[in-house]
Design a protein around this ligand. Structure first.
Ligand SMILES: [Zn+2]
Length: 281
C-alpha cells in the first residue's frame, strides 16, 4: 500500500540517502516514480528478467537508469508495453529527491502520518472522530475500545454469526432478546440504556442520542460531547458495556447496570481530579 501511495520525484535519483537523518532505500524496479505513476511501479509492467536483460538490477538507481537510457526507453520494453512506455523519460536535476504522498482523491502532498492515516481509513471524514476519541485527558484503554467501535470492528454477534454453526443460538448476553450488534449494545439494549442514561444525567448530556449510528453522525458533524467528563462518559460507557458483555459471555459473571454505572462514574471522577492536579502543577 505504501508503494502505491508514495510518489518519488527523482532528481539526484539516489538509490539510498544514507546521509539523511532517516535512512531510506529505494528500489528502482519496485517503487513507483512519477513518470510511470499512472501505470504503477516498473515491476508491474515489465518482468524482472526483461529488466535485467538491459543490464539493470534491483539496486539500480533511478538516475543510473535514466542516464543509461539516453532519452529512449529500451526497445524490448516498448514492444512489451507500448502504452506504459509512451511516457517520456523524465529529466533529472541536481536538486534533492522529493517524496510525496499520493492522495486517494488525486494530487500529491508532502508525506505525513496524518495524510497516510487519512488514506488508509478510506473515508477521510472518519478522522473527525479523532478528537472525540483521543482527546486531552483520555484514558487509553477506553479510547482504544471506542476507536474500534467507531470503525464498527468490535466482534459483535451480527459480525461473527456467519462463522458459527447454523444451530448456534445468538442472544445479547446483557438482555437476551436478540443477537448483539454495535447499534444494539450502544445503547438500544435495555441494560446498556440504563447505564447510558445514568451517565448522561451525571455529565449533563441531556438529549444526546442513544443509537450508535446516530452518535457517530453527531461526532462526524462535530456535535459530540464537549467537556472531559462528557467525553469520558461516552468512551467509558462503550468500554465498560463491552467488558460486561464479555464477562457474561466468557466468564459467566454478571453485574447489574447500576454497578457498571458506578464503576464508570468513579473512573471519571478520579480522572478529572488527576487531570486538574496535573494542569495546576
Ligand atoms: Zn441487549
Amino acid at each position: 500500500m505504501c508503494n502505491r501511495s508514495l510518489t518519488w520525484t527523482p532528481s539526484q535519483g539516489r538509490t539510498t540517502a544514507s546521509s539523511d537523518k532517516h535512512f531510506l532505500r529505494f528500489d528502482t524496479w519496485r517503487v513507483s516514480w512519477r513518470a510511470l505513476s499512472s501505470q504503477g511501479p516498473l515491476s508491474q509492467i515489465i518482468p524482472y528478467r526483461r529488466f535485467t536483460n538491459e543490464g539493470f538490477h534491483a539496486d539500480t538507481s533511478v538516475r543510473e537508469l535514466i542516464d543509461n537510457c539516453n532519452g529512449i526507453w529500451p526497445e524490448m520494453w516498448v514492444n512489451l508495453n507500448p502504452i506504459a512506455f509512451s511516457s517520456p523519460i523524465p529529466s533529472v536535476s541536481d536538486n534533492s529527491d522529493v517524496i510525496r504522498w499520493r492522495k486517494a482523491t488525486g494530487g500529491g502532498v508532502d508525506f505525513s502520518i496524518k495524510e497516510a492515516l487519512r488514506s488508509f481509513s478510506g473515508v477521510p471524514q472518519r478522522l473527525l472522530w479523532t478528537k472525540f476519541v483521543w482527546f486531552k485527558g483520555h484514558i487509553p484503554k477506553l479510547s482504544f475500545c471506542m476507536w474500534v467501535a467507531c470503525y464498527g470492528r468490535l466482534p459483535t454477534q451480527d459480525r461473527v454469526g456467519s462463522w458459527l454453526p447454523e444451530n448456534h443460538a445468538l442472544s445479547c448476553p446483557l438482555c437476551g432478546t436478540c443477537a448483539d450488534s454495535h447499534d444494539h449494545l450502544f445503547f438500544t439494549c435495555s441494560y446498556s440504556r440504563q447505564v447510558w442514561r445514568c451517565l448522561k444525567r451525571m455529565v449533563n448530556l441531556h438529549g444526546f442520542p442513544e443509537v450508535w449510528s446516530t452518535i457517530l453522525e453527531q461526532l462526524v458533524e462535530n456535535r459530540g460531547p464537549r467537556s472531559l467528563s462528557q467525553r469520558l462518559a461516552l468512551s467509558g460507557a462503550v468500554y465498560f458495556i463491552w467488558r460486561e458483555r464479555n464477562r457474561r459471555l466468557f466468564q459467566h459473571q454478571k453485574q447489574p447496570p447500576i454497578v457498571v454505572f458506578k464503576q464508570i462514574r468513579d473512573l471519571i471522577v478520579a480522572r478529572e481530579a488527576t487531570w486538574r492536579r496535573g494542569k495546576k502543577t
